[in-house]
Write a protein that binds this ligand. Structure first.
Ligand SMILES: [Zn+2]
Length: 399
């Protein structure tokens, strides 16, 4: 009996504990006469994400390296098979699997106890090409300061579960030419909350781009609270909050990760035209490191003063960074988000969703399943080394 983590064990964990077996065998395959089982093509891509080998070429190399059994696959295949498969895969089935996994995690008390569950929404770009013409429907032109098209890239709004100790990407919504991050973010939020259920999360955290009436009204309409960065793009509210907070000492001071935080907190600001809130509450915090102000930020929310403390709001505001750090940053540096495996609109979206699901499986396996007892959580980089070594050993054992 071999102990320690392996890709086969991750597959068992995903199938049984996360109940993804039905998804892996029925992932929305749109091929007419499939030769290679869909589960092999899906699992190879999820395993590729977990092993941080994400290009089609890299996945082909993995499955052709004699480790088919170690990867929990039934046969090897070429990268062309992945391209053909993803072009025809229904993205909704993977979206449903992501939502079901997040709901299961909540039911199984995987989230840190007692804290409110957040959904962070944000946009990013990926897949830059230097081409002056678009290749797929999602390609958005990039222009220089003389308005000359200098390339194309894909842009996407994403949503993650945040504020619960383990960040879980949930869904993505691309926005092509003529569309916008804000509108895509609204479609995404509506879709996610309708499949998660209104009681799944408590609040939505977003940066200042989303501090506008249509988005904030939608957050309220779907039964959630909003905590959104306030900047000069709302000059009137921003100015009024500055005047009030500058005229008095902080309402509260506390420690956050060894740093002193001063916070101002006031409700009762008048909503601007179009915003359906009864009133707006604004916080400002100053964070100090070694006696110097390192961060100053303003946030607005519809949480009433008597329902959520200043310090709890501060934590919710901070949870927004998870979609940048554990979300886009990890996706781009470790999970190949910048790379276009197959340049076709459906394949691009499917690729992002499989990346999200691979990340979710890896995080739950590493942070929750492996992390029983008191030893520290393994880093993602450490787990990749262990999983690759386990594959290498299998390669030896079977040769
Ligand atoms: Zn494109």
């Amino acid at each position: 009996m071999r102990s320690g983590p392996s890709i086969r064990k991750v597959r068992d964990y995903a199938s049984r504990t996360l109940r993804l077996e039905h998804y892996v065998t029925h992932p929305g395959d749109g091929r007419k006469r499939p030769q290679i089982p869909a589960q092999d093509l899906i699992w190879a891509q999820l395993a590729g994400q977990i092993l941080q080998t994400t290009s089609f070429h890299g996945v082909e190399r993995l499955v052709r390296s004699g480790t088919v059994r170690g990867l929990a696959l039934s046969r090897s295949f070429s990268e062309d098979a992945l391209a053909y498969f993803n072009e025809r895969l229904d993205p909704q089935v993977t979206r449903d699997a992501l939502v079901a996994t997040a709901r299961l995690a909540k039911c199984n008390k995987v989230f840190a106890g007692g804290s409110r569950i957040g959904l962070a929404v944000d946009g990013t770009s990926a897949g830059h090409t230097g081409s002056s013409t678009s290749v797929c429907d999602l390609c958005r032109p990039q222009r220089d300061d003389k308005d000359v098209v200098i390339g194309h890239r894909h842009e996407v709004a994403a949503i993650s579960v945040v504020g619960v100790g383990v960040s879980l990407p949930l869904d993505v919504e691309p926005y092509g030419p003529g569309d916008s991050e804000l509108v895509a973010g609204q479609r995404l939020l509506r879709r996610c909350v309708s499949s998660l259920g209104a009681r799944f999360a408590d609040y939505v955290a977003a940066d200042a781009k989303f501090a506008c009436a249509p988005f904030l009204n939608l957050v309220q309409e779907v039964g959630l609270h909003a905590i959104v960065r306030l900047k000069k793009n709302l000059p009137d509210l921003f100015g009024r909050a500055q005047v009030r907070f500058n005229s008095r000492p902080p309402d509260q001071t506390f420690e956050h990760r060894g740093e002193r935080v001063e916070i101002w907190d006031e409700g009762g600001f008048q909503p601007w035209e179009g915003l359906n809130w009864r009133q707006v509450r604004v916080i400002r915090y100053l964070q100090y490191r070694a006696g110097k102000t390192t961060i100053e930020a303003y946030w607005l929310t519809d949480y009433p003063m008597d329902e959520v403390s200043s310090q709890a709001l501060f934590k919710m505001a901070k949870s927004r960074w998870e979609i940048e750090n554990e979300g886009f940053n990890e996706a781009k540096t470790r999970h190949g988000m910048e790379h276009i495996c197959h340049h076709d609109a459906n394949s691009v979206v499917v690729g992002w969703l499989l990346m999200a699901l691979g990340i979710v499986i890896e995080r739950l396996y590493r942070n929750r399943y492996l992390h029983r007892g008191t030893h520290p959580v393994r880093s993602a980089a450490d787990l990749v080394v262990i999983l690759r070594l386990a594959l290498g050993r299998r390669l030896h054992d079977t040769s």
